[in-house]
Design a protein around this ligand. Sequence first.
Ligand code: M6R
Length: 603
Amino acid sequence: MCGIVGIIGRDAVAADIVDALKRLEYRGYDSAGVATVEDGKLDRRRAEGKLKNLEARLAEAPLVGRLGIGHTRWATHGPPTETNAHPHMSGDVSVVHNGIIENFRTLKDELIADGIAFDTDTDTEVVAHLITRERHAGADPITSVHNTLQRLEGAFALAIVFAGEDNLMIGARNGPPLAVGHGSGEMYLGSDAVALAPFTDTITYLDDGDWVVLTRDSIDVDAEGNAVERAMTKSVASALMVDKGNHRHFMLKEIYEQPEVISHTLSHYADFAKGEVRDLGLDFSSISRVTISACGTAYYAGMVAKYWFERHARLPVDVDVASEMRYREAPMEEGGLTILVSQSGETADTLAALRYAKGCGQKIASIVNVRESTIARESDTIMPILAGPEIGVASTKAFTCQLAVLAALAIAAGKQRGHITPERERELVEALAEVPRHITHILRDETPYEALAQDLSKARDVLYLGRGISYPLALEGALKLKEISYIHAEGYAAGELKHGPIALIDENVPVIVVAPDDELFDKTVSNMQEVAARGGRIIFISETDPAKAGCPLEAALSVPDCHPFVGPLVHALPVQLIAYHTAVFMGTDVDQPRNLAKSVTVE
Ligand code: M6R
């Protein structure tokens, strides 16, 4: 998703803006730009592709203004060309925008009818022209922005600067996040606190509907025409400078961080010495069902949780793709519980699902990585996953940490509802405590994955199969492979194979089977035999002896013997490593795969 930076500095700001944009790269983007005000005049540099292209432009023709805005664009309206790259300009105004102006067509027609010519395909350009039209009608910069904001529908985070105004920047938020950074004689705007981390750790997050007027010495926030106070927080992002360390990619670094971060997360939610989960502040005893809603990988974490809650707490769970829930107008009981799962805490659909559930009178709990995020702030209960910043677009450590939190929650629910005895609780908590050790074991040897990657890289299609609680792992494996290697992959419940997908099987289709040695193992073996009988090439992920598969295997990826309760946390590793090594072998952009954004802040 687009990233926004604005700086009112003491010296030239372009280099700091690009530096901040680099920390927003993880959100995904396909062009970038910077504009500054210099000697009262606006000037900008923009470039398609990566920030290094923009840096080259700036090296050829530097910008030396002390006030400026910058942007990484993830194209929504119009292709990722230099012309469509932000900042957009009109008259003496320059604008950067994250989000979608939903009524831009109406506004554009109105402006065209007024004789205004458009340079770009973007929705954002209307904002610049609307402000300029206000200016021509005699409004001062602040009033012109205020009047323009009244006309906008949709989602936006905006940063706006003016020619002739060397000490004024205006920001506005309705949907996508916008953080205000407090400096001394300098002020900042950014899509998140990480972007601003080297400059300041004192942050004010704008609420939806807020707009802010910044000068070097003042921050004035306004909501619905009234001055409002928004809290200042100390961001921990400044202490967490993001770099790859010795790893080739952020994704690999994050895969390797899992033993540590899962331990950290688990110790927040469980007391290993006592063999108990901690009081998580949620009452499961009086509710009759739970709804979990999320997108992508977080949705698959929710699917795993359904198996845990239903089996161990005898509590029915509806798992809903967040982009669908509100449009189905799902009936929800007043007083019930909805759990939103989101790494970023900013996913537009998950936020909309939250608001829908809240509107139905549900209690809202969120499982997020970013505690200052909008989803966290709009929740009644926040359960942080404590994974640390996840930069790779493909979610890895966030997934396993989400699972860790959901597992603890399922145990708490089972306990409260009288389905988990203290002995069983101790057994499950001890099983969770063993997860980091199992993962460390898997990470000791990546060679089987490197070898398999060469084979998979030749495939056009790959199937993933799993039964029971391994079914969501099959879906997650397929998502991971397609998003970073661009190989078409599908995950199926193994039992569904014969209802259609078996028609795809031939010797060209690798079939990756997540097959823990649990009570469903024999049934999964039967499905593997159906695949083998049709010449399919089976890659077997299991802790058990590959001979038990009862059919020829292309490869066997061994995982440590673990308690079935924690199988999904352990089996996540092979599916992550398969995707990672296949993508590396194919030479794709592992951390920033094409077309994808880390934080999807538009519908
Ligand atoms: O930030 P969120 O957890 O809400 O993001 C949800 C999905 O966009 C995300 O999990 C996406 O599917 C990942 N790229 C998967 O690796």
